[in-house]
Design a protein around this ligand. Structure first.
Ligand code: ADP
Length: 452
């Protein structure tokens, strides 16, 4: 049975139990309710009728008296007990009971129970009269019991109606859930990760669930596309050196190549093999960082000391036309992975010079606020076009391949971004073509502290 069927059935059973329970409860208290309401009604009607009794020239005026109202019959007797007015079957039977004042009496005639109530109406000038109110308690009980039986007979129809209504309501509220299942099934069968549930606006749990699923699908799609792109980029990058190696081998194996030519071919093969080796080790680093195999070995270090160290090291590699500046405070401590942070800084500094002009400089600065530490690596190089700001952080993306050396594969900045992200930081770039670029790394202090 479907979930909506189950819920509808459960609702119906529950409702029916409640109705049946209510019905039996009402029947069990009906006797005392009938008794109390009969007494109240009897008393009320007699008091009303008592007020309508008048004397006109010594004559009793009964025109305004209601002799039968709401199942209550009223009889009128004289002060000494003679019947004067009123109409009820078997009246003589009721006449035999002595008249009282404001008392209830229960009598039984042929198995029918009656409630009697007498009221004395006093008059100063004329003779007093008695009013006797009579109501059949059995008649009232029968009315209630008839109602009860009618309800019992109509109960199956009520249950059917409730069940059907409950099914419709459940079906309607389950519709969004069906859409979630449908979309998930479509994605799993058709591999189309671009599908979304898109339930629209709503704050209930089902809408929240659909929204969470949609976010998850987007992330899955993004991860899937990145993986796809990565695999295609890797195979593309490996195809060229492999093709070169194979061509060189074929050439030198098939023809009688001179030793010089063979040596030349070997040199080309070695160059391509180095390129592949570089690519493989870079990829390995990525995978290790991605999978968490290469765990961050964080320690509280002086960021300024680390920057000085990297800059000094890079300075030894500079040519005459290249200069490096450092603008840092005396010490700023931060918890970081020493080896990885060195990789970040050296990559940015090397890029600054590699994509620099003839006379080039790179400036590394550090400043801090209460919340963050900001490291910037600025250069006066060729600059980067605005449309490439985001793309340069993608794997294998290179703006100007002519400038890249054999070791450049467009992986440096994506690795830098990955390491910064692992330190909960962010990286951004601002640049102007022909003027220079500035890479800014922002590291939050709070997350860093809470991790310790
Ligand atoms: P690679 O240097 O191996 O090509 P990167 O990921 O380090 O790869 O850089 C990606 C691209 O971004 C480079 O090809 C280059 O065109 C551009 N780039 C990086 N740094 C700079 C810079 N400081 N100035 C100008 N262009 C840069």
């Amino acid at each position: 049975m479907s979930l909506k069927g189950k819920i509808a059935l459960l609702n119906t059973v529950l409702m029916s139990i409640v109705v049946i329970f209510l019905l039996f409860f009402m029947i069990s208290i009906s006797d005392s309710v009938i008794d109390t309401s009969s007494r109240n009604q009897l008393k009320y009607i007699l008091e009303e009728n008592a007020e309508e009794i008048e004397w006109d020239d010594g004559e009793l005026e009964l025109d305004d008296v209601d002799f039968y109202v709401n199942h209550v019959s009223t009889l009128i007797y004289s002060d000494d007990g003679f019947f004067l007015e009123g109409n009820i079957q078997n009246r003589e039977f009721f006449d035999q009971f002595p008249l009282t004042n404001t008392y209830f009496t229960t009598v039984n005639l042929d198995g029918v129970e009656y409630l009697l109530y007498d009221l004395l109406v006093e008059s100063r000038k004329h003779d007093n009269v008695y009013l006797r109110g009579i109501v059949s308690v059995t008649e009232m009980s029968e009315t209630v019991s008839l109602l009860f039986h009618l309800t019992l007979v109509s109960l199956p129809f009520f249950i059917l109606f409730a069940g059907f209504g409950s099914y419709l309501v459940t079906k309607r509220s389950m519709k969004p859930l069906e859409k979630i299942v449908e979309t998930a099934q479509e994605i799993s069968h058709g591999d189309d990760l671009s599908l979304r549930i898109e339930l629209g606006k709503g704050k209930d749990e089902i809408h929240q669930l659909a929204e969470t699923f949609d976010i998850m699908f987007s992330q899955l799609e993004q991860a899937f596309l990145t993986e796809k792109q990565f695999s295609s980029d890797v195979s593309h990058e490996l195809r060229t050196p492999t093709a070169v190696i194979l061509a060189e081998c074929e050439c030198n194996l098939s023809e009688k190549a001179s030793p010089e030519e063979q040596r030349e071919a070997l040199e080309i093969i070695q160059k391509q093999a180095f390129k592949m080796q570089n690519l493989i080790s870079a990829l390995l680093n990525f995978v290790r960082l991605d999978n968490g195999v290469c765990k961050l070995e964080k320690e509280e270090l002086d960021f300024c000391e680390l920057i000085s160290l990297v800059c000094e090291e890079q300075e030894t590699l500079l040519s005459e036309n290249q200069e490096i500046f450092v603008d840092i405070p005396s010490s700023v401590y931060y918890s970081m992975d020493y080896g990885l942070m060195i990789r970040v800084l050296s990559n940015l500094i090397v890029n600054g010079f590699q994509y620099g002009k003839e006379k080039s400089w790179v400036k590394v600065s550090l400043s801090e606020t209460e919340e963050n530490i900001l490291v910037t690596v600025e250069d006066n190089g060729i600059g980067i076009a605005e449309e490439d700001f985001e793309r340069i952080f993608h794997r294998f993306y290179q703006v100007d391949t002519a400038r890249s050396s054999k070791n450049n594969m467009g992986l440096g900045l994506s690795m830098v971004a990955q390491i910064v992200k692992l330190h909960h930081g962010t990286i951004s770039v601002s640049s102007e073509l022909g003027v220079g670029s500035c890479f800014s790394l922002l590291f939050p202090k709070t997350l860093n502290k809470s991790e310790k």
